[in-house]
Design a protein around this ligand. Structure first.
Ligand SMILES: NC(=O)C1=CN([C@@H]2O[C@H](COP(=O)(O)OP(=O)(O)OC[C@H]3O[C@@H](n4cnc5c(N)ncnc54)[C@H](OP(=O)(O)O)[C@@H]3O)[C@@H](O)[C@H]2O)C=CC1
Ligand SMILES: O=C([O-])CC(=O)C(=O)O
Length: 273
């Protein structure tokens, strides 16, 4: 793997850069796409971060991104970025690893990505992200699934700036409070920075409308906990992950960047696990 494209320069992108630069060998080059007004500051920060371990280019549009001929692109930005750039990247025959998986809760975005991927030879890669157990869920789907239920639990500060603020008084909470119950599609749409995992479970399993989701603000925790249970014809199982929050973004589990990195590195691995 020589040149890796990255969309965004926030928590996951920066963690991903640390992980990629720690590989032996590191990538030859990174091409980072950010908003036009952020190119200067991003170049300075990224060069400081990589400390000479690889070349860094910063671009502000897909023309610049494609000109760098990346082997794979990791989207680490937003639902909007997936909708805006995902289909063009696939049409350019470049694989894209998407962190903002909840973007696929929008039927138009899903259809555009599907058409672009099926019309060529590039793949849209959906990593497990902050959760795990996706391999067995997707396998169990082939046997027939009867139920998938997810509960996401984070401290109140991780829900700031979301509709949870209208549902409950987050700073005043003294006990764990369920503020959302609904489908994965509703969760991913209403909580685009916190419920991508609900969409991931839905795509691997029972679908956006049948996957049940509960979101909890819990003043008693300082971790992000992801719990889900699966009932199927072949296997019933339950998964609990207790993730440390990213030091760069309390909404995001630190584990997510490692999952994105694994997906990126697997694109060029001889043995894939
Ligand atoms: N699949 C999973 O399990 C998980 C997925 N996620 C998702 O991954 C994504 C990244 O998360 P994280 O790094 O923590 O978020 P951050 O907010 O820390 O960083 C996102 C960065 O992307 C930039 N960005 C957003 N939209 C665009 C765009 N259209 N073009 C260029 N830059 C853009 C933002 O810039 P600006 O501030 O200017 O908007 C920001 O710098 C989010 O969508 C998040 O919801 C997060 C956790 C788990
Ligand atoms: O990182 C997490 O804890 C999960 C998350 O934000 C998401 O699914 O969007």
């Amino acid at each position: 793997m020589t040149t890796i494209g990255i969309i965004g320069f926030g928590s996951i992108a920066r963690d991903l850069i640390d992980i990629l630069c720690a590989q032996d060998p590191p990538p030859e080059a990174l091409v980072i796409m950010v908003r036009p007004e952020k190119t200067g500051e991003t170049l300075a920060a990224a060069q400081e971060q990589v400390a000479g371990r690889c070349a860094v280019h910063v671009v502000s549009d897909t023309t610049g991104l494609f000109a760098a001929r990346p082997d794979v692109i990791a989207e680490c930005a937003s639902h909007t970025a997936v909708a805006q750039f995902g289909p063009a990247i696939l049409r350019a025959q470049i694989d894209i690893v998407v962190a903002s998986i909840g973007a696929l809760a929008d039927p138009q975005t899903e259809a555009a990505l599907k058409a672009a991927a099926e019309g060529g030879s590039a793949q849209l890669v959906l990593p497990a992200g902050a959760i795990g157990g996706i391999d067995m869920l997707a396998a169990a789907r082939l046997s027939g699934l009867t139920g998938v239920t997810y509960t996401g639990r984070k401290p109140p500060r991780a829900w700031s700036g979301t509709p949870a603020e209208q549902a409950v008084d987050l700073p005043a909470l003294t006990e764990a409070t369920v503020f959302f119950e609904g489908s994965a599609r509703e969760a991913a749409t209403q909580y685009p920075k916190n419920a991508n995992v609900a969409a991931t479970l839905a795509i691997a399993g029972l679908g956006m409308d049948e996957t049940r989701v509960r979101l909890v603000a819990d003043p008693g925790v300082d971790t992000n906990t992801h719990e889900f249970s699966v009932q199927s014809q072949a296997v019933d199982f339950a998964v609990t992950l207790t993730a440390k929050a990213s030091p760069r973004n309390p909404k995001t589990s630190a584990s997510t960047a490692y999952s994105v990195a694994r997906a990126v590195l697997n694109r060029s691995a001889g043995i894939v696990i």
